[in-house]
Design a protein around this ligand. Structure first.
Ligand SMILES: Cc1ncc(COP(=O)(O)O)c(C=O)c1O
Length: 407
């Protein structure tokens, strides 16, 4: 059997739930990636807000090699040192007292959603089981997480979905007031909606959500799967909102591309997950936790965190320059290095076209819905790569405008 594979192989052997681009990247270093034909790309996507320290970060490569030569996996029948060290660091650096490890954002959220119900069951009553989340939110692709997520398209065809979940508009406190009640066990929100269009929470709104949760003995869950690990300029975005959740989920950048996620919680809440209530075969394995520990050590330093704001300013000024020349965006927004540029109405639905044009010019960018270009580069992307990336983006914009005019 031939071991040669091409993009065509995807259509032959993979479940068609993705529609990947025609190129196959094979190598990455920092914020540059090369494909099979050795064409080079600048990475403004970061593997969808994952490779926060770029590709093949030397310290992380060393940590991975060292851990690989020691021990990979034990199962949760035994604990391990990297997991304990990682839990210590995450709890020391956040509001949380306890950590649960899993492998993906969806799994961390699944754990969080189970925990909030269990907590209400333990402390109040089985009837206090309603979860409120926000329209346009994204929390993962398991059945529970698509149900809590606020985008109907991800549930379609998979019903019946779990019951007891309600949605209202983000940044609209009156809508939340109208549906929250003593039957609510938790409100779940992203401090900045990522997939939903890069929409930051208003500070006042976040504080009012916290207050409403307290009034109704409901827990506040922050999904920081995308916004966490420095992405917004602080280790976690809640620090900037000035609102502390009871439960927080983190994934994506936590392993810089190695699958690992965590659910963090206060002690009182975490205590509802007693032995036997929840678990995961791989969650908290030594490989993943050693790498995540390395990521946290590097990211949570003043040099890295202060550099994020500088890069944010550079991205914003480059995007504003592009807009002055080509008039394509109605708004450029975001926090840290999670930036969204919403296309004007005449380009509605065309964000994907800009992404394809950028790739042809040697640049990876993302969409956040059909109308928003999203940028989530490495937190340490060199300034020269930003400048060069925008030179490529300008060419792509010209192309995308021409393509739209020709359509
Ligand atoms: C806010 C948020 N929550 C959850 C998820 C799901 O994470 P995963 O794909 O690792 O399951 C994502 C992924 O984009 C996300 O952005």
């Amino acid at each position: 059997m031939s071991t040669e594979v091409t993009r065509a192989t995807f259509n032959e052997v993979m479940v068609p739930n993705y529609a990947p681009s025609e190129i196959i990247p094979v190598r990455g270093e920092g914020s540059r990636v090369w494909d099979k034909e050795d064409k080079e790309y600048i990475d403004f996507a970061g593997g969808i807000a994952v490779t926060a320290l770029g590709h093949s970060h030397p310290t992380l490569v060393n940590i991975m090699r060292e851990q690989a030569g020691q021990i990979w996996h034990l199962s949760n029948v035994l604990t391990n040192e990297p997991a304990l060290r990682l839990a210590k660091k995450l709890t020391e650096k956040t509001f949380a007292d306890r950590a649960f490890f899993a492998n993906s954002g969806a799994e961390a959220n699944e754990a969080a959603f189970k925990l909030v119900r269990r907590y209400a069951f333990d402390h109040f009553s089985p009837e206090k089981n309603e979860i409120i989340a926000f329209n346009k939110s994204f929390h993962g692709r398991t059945l529970f997480t698509v149900s809590v997520g606020g985008q109907a398209k991800y549930k379609e065809g998979f019903e019946p979905t779990p019951a007891g979940i309600n949605h209202c508009d983000y940044n609209d406190i009156e809508q939340l007031k109208a549906i929250i009640s003593d039957k609510t066990c938790a409100v779940v929100m992203e401090p900045i909606q990522g997939e939903g269009g890069v929409i930051p929470a208003d500070k006042e709104f976040a504080q009012q959500v916290r207050d409403l949760c307290d009034q109704h003995n409901a827990l506040l869950v922050f999904d920081e799967v995308q916004s966490g690990v420095g992405r917004t300029g602080t280790l976690y975005a809640y620090e900037q909102l000035g609102v502390t959740p009871d439960v927080l989920t983190t994934a994506k950048a936590l392993g810089n591309g190695f699958p690992v996620s965590a659910m963090l919680a206060t002690e009182k809440v975490a205590n509802s997950m007693v032995a036997g209530t929840h678990g995961s075969t791989y969650g908290g394995n030594p490989m993943a936790c050693a790498i995540a520990e390395g990521v946290i050590d590097i990211v949570d330093t003043p040099e890295i965190l202060s550099g994020i704001q500088e890069r944010h300013d550079l991205f914003k000024s480059e995007l504003n320059n592009l807009n002055e020349k080509y008039n394509i965006f109605q708004e450029v927004r975001g926090m840290g290095l999670l930036i969204g540029a919403e296309l004007i109405d005449s380009f509605a639905g065309k964000a994907g076209g800009f992404v394809s044009a950028a790739e042809k010019e040697g640049l990876f960018i993302l969409v956040a819905g059909p109308n928003v270009l999203r940028f989530a580069p490495s937190l340490i992307i060199p300034k020269e790569d930003i400048t060069e990336g925008f030179a490529r983006l300008e060419k792509a914009v010209i192309q995308a405008i021409e393509n739209t005019a020709a359509a």
